[in-house]
Design a protein around this ligand. Sequence first.
Ligand code: AMP
Length: 415
Amino acid sequence: MIAAIRGTHDILPGEVEKWQHVERCARVLCERYGYAEVRTPVIEREELFAKGTGETTDIVQKEMYAFTDKSGDRITLRPEATPSMVRAYIEHNLGQVLPAAKLYALGPMFRYERPQKGRYRQFHQLDVEVFGMEDPAVDAEVIDLAWSLISTLEIAQAELVINSVGCPTCRPVFQEALLAALGSDLPKLCGDCQRRATTNPLRIYDCKVPADQPIIDALPHSVDYLCEPCATHYAGVKGHLDAISLPWRESHRLVRGLDYYVRTTFEVLGQTLGAQNALLGGGRYDGLVKRLGGADHAGIGFAAGLERLVLALPDSAAIAATPRAFIVAIGEDGRAAAWLLLRELRQSGLAAQMEFEARGVRAQMKRADRLAARVTLIVGGDELARGEVTLRDMTTGEQRAVARDTVVAAVRELL
Ligand code: AMP
């Protein structure tokens, strides 16, 4: 047997209904908030992520499924959606073409990570992006959409965490303060942190090594070093969130693992996922569109992990199966008549099935049970001779004869 690749998984019936539920809620909400769907390719040029996600990030340094294709080009399976969305935005001039550059996408991402619960090598994201708008109200709207997704899915005990990481004007000042505060403690931190101190000091806040935590907890907070425009922007975001009573908490450690974030960053944390507790995360990335060759347009967005949303769904999540009918056919004539009736039911929009192999009535009724059919139609010689079909309501067990030409309407009423 050839098994699925480590860190990938099949989504099977029984599980897939939860996925459909999550995807349906995501789509409905995105449409309601005015986002248009975009589908970008799964493969992109490697340099898109080197430039977009950032050379110093773990994603680009260690986790990309990159390869040289047959024409010698460096290609990668996309590890995240934002650079692809920015590329599409620039390439198709979407800022001009669309009435509002508010985009969403759903699809698989690929990262060569160590698999564990909630962390996979192929995983799926809902990705939401807004371009060309800098007002703090936009940050709040994006966060509101993220939070609405969590509440629509009835995921309890989720927590909204926000921060501001400043901009290219104020961040260097903060980084300097950070390194100064670290001072002689730096050699006591883990190897990763020491590397980060030279490549991207903010990422020290991402460290999970227990021994490092007391030192990191004592480091300064980015919000205390914001320049005046960043401070005003951040105050605006918090004001808009308060106005709609979103329960946010500020965390100075929320710096996010990617290089492009400026100003607002946010995450929603869940309770059921252990170490992989981020259900979604995002932030503002003004400057990225320009860095990837476009105009100097602002950007903000988030990505939610669908695997993690599915894992966090409450047991009570109402995920209704399509109600269906089942036709039990008796004898050759019955089967021929059932075949026509089956098609008629389906053409009229109802879900219906029958057994194609000749089976006894008991075996067919068993099948109807296994399929959880809500209605069974019994089509046999006697009924046919009378121009009737027997209808059995599987919930109540009630059975009655119905005229053949009214049977579709009768089934519809029961489903
Ligand atoms: P990121 O693109 O790293 O900011 O992640 C955004 C969201 O995607 C996270 O909050 C997770 O829900 C999800 N995610 C990221 N990496 C993985 C992974 N390897 N497996 C499953 N979900 C992931």
